[in-house]
Write a protein that binds this ligand. Structure first.
Ligand SMILES: *[C@@H]1O[C@H](CO)[C@@H](O)[C@H](O)[C@H]1NC(C)=O
Ligand SMILES: *[C@@H]1O[C@H](CO)[C@@H](O)[C@H](O)[C@H]1NC(C)=O
Ligand SMILES: *[C@@H]1O[C@H](CO)[C@@H](O)[C@H](O)[C@H]1NC(C)=O
Ligand SMILES: *[C@@H]1O[C@H](CO)[C@@H](O)[C@H](O)[C@H]1NC(C)=O
Ligand SMILES: [Zn+2]
Length: 438
């Protein structure tokens, strides 16, 4: 599929010169993303006091940094783990400041460009499980994912139906797979979306894994058969298609959508702050240049509007909403926007408890779980809260692996273990839903 202003063609124009200089500097090695992360560091710091936290907030605005965790500088506080990606020449200044202020820090990634390239060169011959020629243990570009969806729609028409729920800001179709055995009788459904935030690549990888597992194990695994016989699954492998594409072609650490703003140069809205539930309140920013920008109005982003419209239309039969993010290793449920306990808390809580236990049973990986507000931080306008408020009783957000060692650059060799364990959690939640709890 061709899109206007496709960055690849621009790169192509510079290619000869680019290759020439590389040949001289580093024979046989080409840099990803134009080497833009060379020398960048990712540093973890944990302020010990509120004064330290405030000092950090002050210097934050003077440096070019990209916050990995938490998602907004306003969340930085005493005792809170803060991972920052410092752009090239900011490292010296920040490190000097941290030493001066005696704030403890640890360098998570010494050279981001190096780490990024190492992660991508690890695509070697590993034990891979193909289905219909698709490798589930590597990250895939948007084009590859969409081709894969089209292919499944043709080859597995008994269990899969692919459709579009609208178009993105840049005009890309928003594809969803409806998974499940067709039935004339009423069936409840589960909505699953991945990749609301572009740089969280493990999300779309999980959505693809989920579909693969469903197709491969439908006949052999009684749990999966039950799931697909009794429920429909709406799977949206890439929610933020424009942002995801951009994270492949231009900026690996892009988070937001790609919509333009009439007043500012900065592009994009945080698609997980753009929902009409306490919109643009605590934990969201009104500034278009911030990573948690809530947008000019609720559902301003065509991607959010399309999913919200679909969920509104089908809310009677959609019983669960699952959204996949990274990274933190958490299983979160409402509320995000306030400190309060949801009605029927015990049902949701026990589903989460069992799910994280099932997940841990595979490799011992521990997840924290609880209401998003107390487990992660307060954030308004999230998809999970919105889905809950609109009558979907089971709504969860997963923050997948890891806890910061690789962060957004989770290596491909961890796709399989991450997806395998997550699969158990999702199956567990789904089976819970088929039981008595409302
Ligand atoms: C930091 O790097 C940018 C881009 O390479 C450059 O424009 C800027 O002048 C540099 N700043 C300092 C303080 O060296
Ligand atoms: C999926 O396949 C069905 C026919 O089996 C077709 O009607 C539909 O248009 C296909 N979906 C997409 C998005 O191409
Ligand atoms: C869900 O996980 C619990 C452990 O947390 C386990 O006892 C139960 O059998 C699991 N249920 C399913 C259907 O996987
Ligand atoms: C809570 O559970 C009751 C039944 O036990 C049900 O009628 C009600 O709709 C549930 N409320 C929510 C918000 O899920
Ligand atoms: Zn996210």
């Amino acid at each position: 599929m061709k899109f206007p202003g496709k960055p690849r063609s621009r790169t192509a124009a510079f290619l000869p010169l680019f290759l020439l200089s590389l040949k001289i500097l580093q024979p046989g090695h080409s840099h990803l993303y134009g080497n833009r992360y060379a020398g960048d560091k990712v540093i973890r710091l944990i302020p010990n006091t509120e004064e330290e936290a405030n000092a950090l907030k002050k210097i934050y605005h003077q440096l070019k940094v990209d916050l990995w965790q938490p998602s907004s500088i306003s969340y930085v506080s005493k005792g809170a783990v803060t991972d920052v990606h410092i752009l090239q020449n900011g490292s010296q200044a920040l490190l000097a400041f941290l030493q001066e202020a005696n704030i403890q820090y640890k360098i998570l990634i010494e050279d981001l460009q190096n780490t990024l390239e190492k992660a991508s060169s690890l695509r070697t011959q590993r034990n891979r499980r193909y289905l219909s020629g698709h490798n589930y243990e590597v990250y895939h570009s948007l084009e590859e994912i969409q081709n894969w969806m089209h292919h499944l729609n043709k080859t597995h028409s008994g269990l899969i139906h692919m459709f579009s729920i609208g178009r993105s800001y840049e005009g890309r179709p928003l594809f969803v797979l409806k998974l499940g055995r067709r039935s004339r009788t009423y069936k409840r459904a589960v909505w699953i979306d991945c990749g609301i935030h572009a740089r969280e690549w493990i999300g779309p990888a999980f959505c693809q894994w989920f579909v693969k597992e469903a197709l491969l194990t439908y006949r052999s695994d009684p749990t999966m058969r039950k799931m697909l016989n009794h429920l429909y699954f709406y799977v949206m492998p890439v929610f933020n298609v424009d942002g995801y594409h951009f994270s492949w072609t231009n900026d690996r650490f892009w988070r937001k959508t790609r919509s333009r703003n009439s007043m500012f140069h900065c592009r994009g809205v945080d698609a997980n702050r753009n929902w009409k539930v306490k919109w643009c309140d605590e934990g969201a920013s009104m500034h278009p240049c911030d990573d948690t920008y809530c947008g000019p109005f609720p559902e301003s982003e065509p991607e959010v509007k399309a999913v919200a419209t679909f969920l509104r239309k089908h809310r009677k039969h959609i019983r669960a909403y699952l959204s996949f993010h990274a990274y933190a290793q958490m299983l979160l449920y409402p509320y995000s926007y306030k400190y309060a306990t949801i009605p029927n808390f015990s049902c949701v809580e026990s589903a989460a408890y069992k799910a994280v236990n099932a997940l841990q049973s595979v490799y011992g990986v521990q997840y924290r779980y609880g209401p998003a507000s107390t487990t992660l931080y307060v954030s308004s306008g999230s998809s999970m809260d919105w889905a809950y408020k609109n009558g979907i009783p089971y709504t969860f957000a997963f923050e997948l692996r890891d806890t910061g060692h690789f962060g957004f650059l989770l290596p491909e060799m961890l796709i399989k273990p991450t997806c395998t364990e997550t699969m158990l959690a999702v199956k567990n939640i789904t089976m819970h839903l088929l039981k008595k709890c409302p």
